[in-house]
Design a protein around this ligand. Structure first.
Ligand SMILES: Cc1cc2nc3c(=O)[nH]c(=O)nc-3n(C[C@H](O)[C@H](O)[C@H](O)COP(=O)(O)OP(=O)(O)OC[C@H]3O[C@@H](n4cnc5c(N)ncnc54)[C@H](O)[C@@H]3O)c2cc1C
Length: 379
């Protein structure tokens, strides 16, 4: 067992960390809209196409290497909304097209997605279908060489800025897991409307919106995989998202810990640095323990996914739960260490919490991950 990163992995990590710090560091998260110039800066660094095939302009990286790059991005860029937006575009959107699109669909969309000229949004959640995605009200009815899609998606990150929607619809009501199909829908298609950005607690750099389909007609070639394969495609895209996107939060925790250590060393009370109080130094030790434990679980999930080893879904779920719970707990601790300043927006500490809270919800809630873990344990 080798815990070391290769020279190439270290080089790539350092390059992305330095470049994102230089080009995207020190910028507060904007509310509501993803700013195209920041998106383009991330795209120039290759972040929008990390794991897309080189023949379409991507980096052809596997899951672990993709995760390491997103970890560096999450550490170097304080606009976690942007990091989330790029990661969701790549993992929940482009990966499904990479692995299930026809040659025609791959050629049409992957070069633009890899280059970041096209932005993808994943739209599955509905008002009445959140954790349970087997009963989607959005339907797709076959009509000759087309499908007609009707209904509303309630929460799609990137949607207000997206060019391409990856969406899921019921094609065979009553068939549950086998009744859903996946579609790629260009945003300009007749019948598609996207709402204004929804007001959220954090991740301000990533707008989310509702998507309405009013008898939106798409050609059969826009279907990914076979009819009825939608749930499998969604599970596959979520495995990639849970494995790699959460690495950005490992990077966020690295950045946060560095700042907490620096603060504990320099902030003096009662005539000494607060780091000298064991209550503070042990709080930081526990933060480090959560960070390193969750990092190892995440890397292991990525490695199993790359190796296509049995049990990868459970391992990825373990990593997702560990990273998200660590990110929320460490963010509360960071505020405590910074005291009153930790609560002021100007110090840039409270935003870690606002950006971390949704990690236990998106890409499948903690409770749903525990169901996956329990199932793999034979329960
Ligand atoms: C920041 C953010 C970004 C998002 N981005 C996207 C996106 O890009 N595309 C998209 O389609 N969706 C997106 N979502 C939506 C997200 O996927 C859903 O919020 C999530 O799947 C949970 O669904 P829900 O909110 O309807 O909660 P519900 O499913 O109603 O769950 C409510 C509570 O009940 C629990 N629960 C439900 N079922 C079970 C069960 N079987 N066992 C135990 N507990 C259960 C849940 O864990 C949760 O605690 C995003 C959400 C957030 C917060």
């Amino acid at each position: 067992m080798d815990f070391g990163l290769t020279a190439e992995q270290q080089r790539r990590y350092a390059e992305i960390l330095n470049a994102t710090r230089e080009q995207l560091g020190g910028i507060g998260a904007p509310a509501g809209h993803l700013r195209r110039e920041r998106w383009r800066a991330a795209a120039r660094l290759g972040l929008t196409g990390l794991c897309l095939p080189a023949e379409y302009g991507g980096g052809s990286l596997g899951a672990l290497d993709t995760a390491l790059c997103l970890e560096a991005f999450g550490r170097g860029c304080p606009d976690t909304g942007l990091v989330f937006a790029v990661s969701a575009h790549l993992l929940a959107g482009a990966v499904a097209i990479r692995d299930f699109g026809s040659d025609e669909v791959r050629k049409r969309f992957l070069p633009g997605l890899a280059a970041g000229e096209l932005i993808a949004a994943n739209a599955i959640t509905e008002e009445e279908a959140g954790s349970d995605t087997s009963r989607l009200a959005v339907s797709a009815c076959r009509d000759g060489d087309d499908y007609v899609i009707t209904g509303e998606k309630s929460f799609a990150s990137n949607a207000p800025d997206a060019d391409v929607l990856l969406t899921y619809a019921t094609t065979s009501p009553g068939d549950g897991f086998l009744g859903t199909s996946a579609f790629v829908v260009p945003v300009g298609s007749p019948g598609v409307t996207v709402s204004e950005p929804l007001a959220k607690m954090g991740l301000g750099g990533c707008p989310a919106g509702r998507v309405t389909f009013r008898e939106c007609r798409v050609s059969v070639s826009c279907r990914l995989g076979d009819e009825g394969q939608g749930s499998t495609i969604f599970a596959h895209a979520m495995a990639w998202e849970r494995a790699c996107l959460f690495a950005a939060y490992v990077g966020l925790m690295d950045d946060q810990l560095e700042r907490c250590i620096a603060r504990a060393r320099t902030r003096r009370q009662f005539g000494r640095p607060i780091a000298r109080f064991q209550a503070v130094s042990h709080r930081i030790a526990v933060m480090k323990q959560r960070l390193e434990g969750s990092r190892l679980l995440l890397y292991r999930g990525c490695w199993l996914l790359d190796e296509q080893q049995p049990g990868y879904a459970g391992a990825i779920a373990l990593g997702k739960v560990a990273v998200s719970e660590a990110a929320v707990a460490n963010s509360l601790d960071a505020i405590q260490i910074f005291g009153g300043n930790g609560y002021l927006a100007s110090a840039g500490i409270e935003r870690y919490l606002r950006d971390s809270v949704p990690t236990t919800l998106f890409s499948g809630t903690t409770e749903i991950q525990r169901e996956i873990i329990a199932q793999e344990a034979g329960l």
